[in-house]
Structure formats: C-alpha cells, structure tokens
Design a protein around this ligand. Structure first.
Ligand code: PLP
Length: 450
C-alpha cells in the first residue's frame, strides 16, 4: 500500500469515524490497525506493536486463532441466527460449559456486551425481589472507581465521575461506597483492618439506606479500569456475609476479571465466595465476536420458575446468544482449557512481576500490583506524598512505550487529574519471548536500565 493510499484512509478516518473515548486533536492521525497475530498488532504502515492490553482487555487467547474463525464460519453456514426465545445447540453447549467454569448451577441469559450483561443483572435482581414480595428493593450499591458500562443503569453503577457527569441525571437508586485501596489506605491500619472498615462502611450504607430498599451490590473481584485495586480476601468474604445477612444479591462483574485474566477461571474464585449473579463479556469470545452473559444462581432463578402470569423475565435481546458467537465462545473456552491459560496467566503474572522489579527504583513508580496477567503500575509525582503524577508525565511514559513498540493502557480514579495508573493485560497465551519483550520495552518506555 503506498503512502497516498494511507493518507486517504487517515483522511477518511478523520472525516467519518467517531473513536471511542478519544479526545479530539485537530489533524492528528489515529493508528489504523490492519492485522494481528498472537500478541502483536500491525498497522497500515507495517509498524508492529506488542499489544500489552489485549485490545480492550479481551483477546485472552491471542490473535490469529484459526479455530475460532472456523467455528464462526461453520456455524454461520449451519444456522447463522435464531433468537433465544427458542433455543439452539451452541447456546445449550456454552451454558453447560459456563456452569462447569462457574462451579455452581447457574441459568445463563445471553446478550452482546458487558454493559448489557450488567443491565440484565439489575433487571433480574429487581424482578426477583418483586416476585419474592419485596418490591421495595430497588437500589443498587457499587463502589467508587469501578466501571460497569456505558448504558444508563450500568453507568449509574459506575463510580467514575469523569465518565458520568456530562450525562447526568442518570438512573436513580444507585449508591456508591469506597473500595479498599492498599496503596492509598490510611497508614495507621493494616490492609486487612482497612478492608474490614470498608466492608463495615458498606454495611452502614445499607443501614442508612434501609436494607428493605436495597436490591443488590455489584463489584468487580478486582477493580480493573479504576486502577487495578486488588482486595484483601477478608473484604470479599465479609461483603458476601453482609449481602447475605441483609437479603441483598451479590452481583460479580467478571467482564475483565473473567476467563483467566487474573490466574483463575473467574476472578471471584480467588476468594471463598459464590456470587448470586455473574456478568461476563470480553474474554468469553476473546473479542472475536460480540457476546456477553448474565449467569444467575439456580435459587434466584426459582423466583422466575413459576407459571404464574407475568412472572417470566420480560427482557428480549435480538442478537444476544448469536449461534456463531456461542460456538466461538465454546471453542475459545476449550482452547483455554487445552492450554491451561488461567494457570499460565498466574505463572506468567508472577514472572512478569519479578522481572518488573527494576521499575521500583523509578522516581515516578509508586506501586506495582498484579493478579495473574492483570497489572497496574501507579505513577506518582512524589513517592513520599503519593501525589499522582501529572497527565503529561503519564502520557509521556505511554508514548515512550508505544515508540518502543508496546501498547499499554491508562486508568485511574474518578477525577480528571488522577488517571495515573498504567495498565498491562497482555494475551494469556503470550510466549515467554514476547513476555521478555514487554519487559525490555517497558524499560525503554520508563527510560530505566533493566
Ligand atoms: N464491566 C467492566 C468491569 C468493564 O471493564 C466493562 C468495559 O470495559 C464493562 C462492564 C462494559 O462492557 P462493554 O464495553 O462490553 O459494554
């Protein structure tokens, strides 16, 4: 492709395509990606980058898996579409497989995106309480710094004001509590003590709001886009106890943490809990086709398992559970099993963490945290005061990483000048050699000797 053709595409891109999340910059070309293989993407200029973010935290099995393309093709030739008001074999097989992965008995409702999976969870929770003669339970509690999606209820549950304030007023009935942050906890407490205090704050909030008005509590096992906040196990356990004590459904958002990202099949499996509802998307197909699911514990589903008039879930999703997407998901999960990718994520995560130790000396690196291949590197202006680094400092590290051939992410807290956590979430199938390349490129990105 010659340079004139390229400039043509850049011009057309600027003219027609509205990019997600991207701040406008006059006459600035956006990278146009044309192909990808394993952990690498290639743009139309033939530049190659190691994709340290698996797209948008989703290409868990890596790019270029022909089996997934074959699964989609073969299913499209057999049955490209049928709504799930009836059934089809790919949805049945995938639901059974998800039950294995969830280690429980769950009914699976399919949709297309993480936002929809959470919307579905909220509606199921409200109707569940209605059908259990508790129609007053309509509120949802979630955590500051979490992200749960772009639709109105999912955004209402989101705890990041920068993503919300332009679209307010959002849905009523969504309340936020603080999530424990080990790096920024008050110094006088151990992390476990602080975690228990945060769980007690959740309980206090439930009481202030009146438990009989609260339908559910939604959390990611590890806050991802809000800066990779790994909880103490006592926190998660206590949260489940509190939810159970007050009759509140525990909804676990596994949209990023699921499918091996954190070193287990699902993120909640690091903790000794069993959620009432699990929402999932992204890694379910490794991003090859859109698919999401809301898994609902059989006991909760029982409120809908009645022939009483109007007791069914009045929710339809045209594309949810598309047969080709389900087939791709099924094959994707099989690949993860065959290649032990959740375990691999755990091993490689530990390996990468120890190889990144050299970064601890960097003047702007306040904290490096990870669970499996989910990493957050917190960038500060001053290690003593932990004041977040400016946007410019963070942006220059990200740009240096890109110049070195590595794509990293940027995430953080709720206010504009606090997007200071660089994230890494490479494909779980990444080779040892490419893992080494990440380390080398990070060292260039941070201008630090290995
Ligand atoms: N939940 C979490 C934790 C997410 O990170 C995201 C998206 O990044 C969503 C939900 C929404 O998913 P989607 O963008 O597929 O709607």
């Amino acid at each position: 492709m010659n340079i004139n053709t390229h400039s043509n595409f850049y011009d057309k891109d600027q003219k027609y395509v509205w990019h997600h999340l991207k701040p406008y910059k006059k006459n600035q070309n956006t990278m146009i990606v044309k192909s990808a293989q394993n952990a690498w993407i290639t743009d139309i200029e033939e530049n190659k980058y190691l994709d340290g973010m698996s797209g948008l935290w989703c290409v868990n099995v890596g790019y270029g898996r022909e089996e997934l393309a074959e699964a989609a093709k073969s299913q499209m030739n057999t049955l490209p579409y049928y709504p799930l008001s009836s059934s089809h074999l790919p949805a049945i097989k995938l639901s059974e497989k998800l039950n294995d992965w969830l280690k429980g008995h769950y009914k699976i409702f399919f949709s297309n995106s993480g936002s929809e999976a959470n919307e579905t969870a909220f509606k199921i929770a409200r109707q569940y309480h209605h059908q259990n003669s508790k129609p007053g339970r309509y509120k949802f509690i979630s955590r500051y710094r979490s992200y749960h999606g772009n639709t109105f209820a999912a955004l209402s549950a989101t705890g990041q004001s920068q993503r919300k304030y332009m679209y307010e007023p959002l849905a009523p009935g969504f309340i936020h509590v603080e999530a424990p942050d080990e790096y920024r906890k008050p110094l006088e407490y151990t992390f476990e003590e602080w975690s228990i205090i945060c769980a007690e704050k959740l309980e206090a909030t439930i009481r202030y709001e009146r438990p009989e008005t609260v339908a559910g509590f939604i959390m990611e096992p590890i806050i991802t886009g809000g800066g990779v906040l790994i909880p103490h196990p006592s926190y998660v356990k206590k949260v489940q106890e509190i939810c159970q004590r007050y009759g509140i459904l525990l909804i676990i958002d596994e949209v990023i943490c699921g499918f091996g990202r954190t070193g287990k099949k699902f993120g909640y499996q690091h903790f000794d809990i069993q959620p009432d509802i699990v929402s999932m998307a992204k890694g379910i197909t490794s991003g090859y086709l859109p698919l999401a699911a809301t898994a609902v514990k059989e006991e909760i589903y029982q409120a809908f398992a009645t022939e009483k008039e109007d007791a069914h879930f009045r929710h339809v999703n045209t594309f949810g559970g598309n047969p080709a997407a389900c087939e791709v998901a099924l094959r994707n999960l099989e690949i993860m099993e065959e290649e032990n990718l959740p375990e691999r994520s755990n091993e490689l995560g530990n390996k990468l963490r120890s190889k990144l130790s050299f970064l601890e000396e960097h003047q702007n690196v306040g904290d490096i945290r990870h669970q499996g291949l989910l990493f957050g590197i917190e960038i500060v202006a001053d290690k003593e005061t932990k004041i977040p680094a400016s946007n410019e400092v963070v942006a220059s590290i990200i740009a240096n990483c890109k110049s070195a051939g590595l794509i990293v992410g940027k995430n953080g807290d709720t206010v504009k000048d606090f997007n200071n956590i660089i994230t890494l979430a490479p494909p779980l199938s990444i080779s040892d050699k490419d893992l080494e390349a990440i380390v080398e490129k990070i060292s260039k990105g941070f201008n630090t000797e290995l």
